[in-house]
Design a protein around this ligand. Structure first.
Ligand SMILES: [Zn+2]
Length: 258
């Protein structure tokens, strides 16, 4: 009974966190106009009502219609809040199954990883919409995670450091290779910074799961878009969304390093 109440409370917290991530992502203004925005109608540009931020109610197509022109708005808001709402109970179940090192109480690891999932959902939404990875969404969580480790669990620093070397190093290498091969930025430097954050947030050895999942998802979606003809070899595919998604799933399936 207490377990059921706990899971219900966590799912509710997930829905609220999803709304907060949507509101934060809607407020982002990039250097350039994005090709679409979840907050406004992609067809006529009318601002969508704030009630559309309520979780779940806009999942049905008809409820996403623009009040001015009737065009359906993007699925980003409803899917993002649903995703975070599902991720938090799954995270709790995963940590109860695989509690990690036991150096920190389970509740603390849950709060840390739930916050990381919220940050990654924000990075996902902003990269998808603006093709941009904001510095603030990298450096603030990175610093916070290192601080938590320094204060409460110094042994976690080794897993973080090794995670950064493997994941950040790999992307730095790919970034350099892109320059050598194409003489232009084939991979955004934002992806390198995101890879460094993931190294700290997911840590060694779970970061390998995150990288494999991200690479498989990225390759599968790229091939699908190429096959459908909606992308060409020169299209920009925001790789950060796959990195962020792979890391979120890794947090839900791989043992925590804390
Ligand atoms: Zn419209």
């Amino acid at each position: 009974m207490i377990q059921a109440l706990l899971y219900a409370a966590v799912a509710l917290a997930g829905l609220l966190a999803g709304v907060a991530v949507n509101v934060a992502a809607d407020a982002v203004a990039g250097d350039e106009e994005p090709s679409w925005r979840a907050a406004t109608c992609h067809k006529c540009g009318a601002r969508l009502p704030a009630a559309r931020l309520l979780p779940l109610v806009t999942l049905a197509g008809g409820r996403r219609a623009c009040p001015a022109c009737g065009a359906r708005s993007s699925l980003r808001r409803p899917l993002l809040s649903l995703g975070v709402a599902l991720a938090l109970p799954l995270l709790l179940a995963h940590l109860q199954e695989m509690p990690g090192s036991g150096r920190l109480p389970l509740a603390a690891v849950f709060v840390i990883d739930a916050a990381v999932i919220g940050v990654l959902a924000f990075v996902f939404a902003v990269d998808l919409e603006h093709r941009l990875i904001l510095d603030v969404s990298i450096y603030v969580p990175l610093l916070a995670l290192v601080l938590v480790a320094v204060v409460a669990d110094r042994k976690a620093l080794a897993a973080m450091l090794f995670g950064v070397i493997v994941c950040g190093g790999l992307f730095l290498l790919l970034y350099g290779l892109g320059f050598l091969l194409y003489h232009e930025e084939a991979l955004g430097f934002g992806d390198v910074k995101l890879a460094a954050l993931l190294g700290v947030a997911v840590g060694w050895p779970a970061i390998t799961t995150a990288l494999v999942l991200g690479a498989v998802a990225g390759a599968a979606v790229s091939l699908l878009l190429l096959g459908l003809g909606t992308a060409t070899r020169h299209s920009f595919i925001p790789f950060g969304i796959f990195l962020a998604a792979g890391a979120m799933v890794a947090l839900l399936v791989a043992p925590p390093f804390w």
